[in-house]
Design a binder for this molecule. Structure first.
Ligand SMILES: [Zn+2]
Length: 426
């Protein structure tokens, strides 16, 4: 599944119609949630009950009837998603809050399935055909929708952002059929999230956090403060407040796009130059509190990981998430544990006298862990195959080259795990 997004050209009367559709989605979602909340235990509210409820709402409220029936369904599915997430959290007995579903106040999108919209012949325009009266929207952007068969367009979403309206197309295609797997580079890498740098890798390279990250952060804070100053509690929002809020939202959108661009480019570069990428399986929630607090945007790291997994899947490379366990404490040279505090930037081993940057030492440990994990995922037969390959190739071949060759054969099996994560991404 891929998502293509294009900006829509909208006229003032269309803005009203789109906003009305977006409000209706929120209304249906919240109504469905209310139905679940008020139900008794015997009522057995599930996805299908909520789906049927949409039809009842459409009979009762004219504005709900005006919205396309698949869009109504998608709205009640949103309520069900929130409910089932809550059930899941309870079942898994996660610590802290379980995320009891809340009523939504700031919905920004409406989603259609395979009806209620129609693309023009050249696919540069889209018409929304339900009774909301949105009409024809021209699509801006360089993406060519003609590239994909029309029946692979599974969903169409209209999204409101700080600087206008966007149309998203969710297209169900195997991303691998639109790209060739890359040639093996015969190289593997481990990467560690840095405290001061974006990440350090096992080759001894570090990648800095771009300067505009910090600059943008400062500016965003300032705009946010200005916004708060204009806010008067209990009063109708003033025009000054609205303007400040708009400014903040626009800047925020720009910064988040810059970040995404940086993270995406980095991830692609890493995947292009390696056959296997190992990184720590970090719990980002806990991370924000400790290691990464204020240094790197923790969200940047988790999107980085998602992009790594996405590109690895697309280009036939392997990714391994290893359990974060003493990766920064252990010596990557001799394996002894060398205790150090967060402020100690250099790893100095008293046992083997090995010295290396703290993050790079960790990255090497991560790569080692990653390689040992991968080695154990294969079947017995596969393992013996590796061993015999090793024996044959052991005529003075560089060990890392060898690993690269074996891994490229194994890629398909490792990547079996990726699609679940991928689904969250695209
Ligand atoms: Zn050592």
């Amino acid at each position: 599944m891929i998502v293509l997004e294009m900006k829509a050209v909208v006229k003032p009367n269309q803005v009203l119609a789109i906003d009305d559709a977006i409000r209706t989605v929120q209304f249906i979602r919240n109504k469905a949630l209310r139905l679940w909340m008020d139900a008794s235990r015997e009522d057995k509210i599930d996805k299908y009950v909520l789906n049927k409820y949409c039809r009842i709402l459409a009979k009762e409220y004219k504005f709900a009837d005006e919205l396309n029936s698949t869009a109504r369904q998608a709205s009640s599915e949103r309520a069900w998603a929130a409910i089932s997430r809550f059930y899941d959290n309870c079942k898994k007995n996660i610590k802290g809050k379980k995320g009891f579903p809340k009523f939504q106040k700031n919905n920004r999108s409406v989603e259609y399935k395979q009806s209620g919209w129609k693309l023009s012949d050249n696919r540069k325009k889209i018409t929304f055909t339900d009774k909301k009266g949105i009409g024809i929207l021209s699509l801006k952007g360089t993406r060519d929708l003609n590239f994909y068969p029309i029946d692979s367009f599974k969903r169409v979403r209209l999204v409101r952002r700080a600087n206008g309206y966007y149309v998203q197309f969710c297209i169900s295609v195997d991303i691998r059929s639109y790209s060739k797997p890359l040639e093996p580079t015969k190289h593997c890498v481990g990467i560690d999230v840095g405290l001061k740098v974006f990440y350090a890798d096992s080759d001894g390279k570090t990648v800095e956090i771009p300067q505009y990250y910090r600059q943008a952060e400062k500016l965003l804070n300032r705009l946010n403060q200005r916004k708060s100053k204009k806010f008067k509690k209990g009063q109708k929002p003033s025009n000054n407040y609205k303007r400040a809020r708009q400014q903040y939202a626009r800047k925020h959108l720009r910064v988040s796009r810059q970040r995404k661009g940086f993270v995406q480019r980095e991830a692609l570069r890493v995947i292009q130059s390696n056959d296997l990428v190992a990184y720590e399986d970090l719990n980002v929630k806990g991370l924000a509190k400790s290691k990464l607090a204020k240094s790197v945007n923790d969200a940047a790291w988790s999107t980085f990981r998602q992009w790594l997994e996405y590109f690895a899947f697309k280009y036939g490379k392997a990714t391994v998430a290893v359990p974060p366990h003493n990766t920064s404490q252990n010596c990557s040279n001799c394996g002894e544990k060398v205790k150090k505090s967060l402020s100690t930037r250099t790893h100095r081993c008293p046992h083997c006298l090995y010295e290396e940057d703290r993050d790079i030492n960790a990255a090497i440990n991560i790569l080692k862990l990653g390689l040992s994990t991968v080695g154990h995922t294969g079947s017995k037969a596969f393992e013996s195959e590796i061993l015999s390959t090793l024996a044959i190739a052991n005529g003075g071949e560089d060990a890392s080259t060898l690993v690269g060759v074996i891994l490229s054969e194994q890629v398909s099996s490792v990547n079996q795990e990726s699609p679940s994560i991928l689904r969250n991404k695209v």
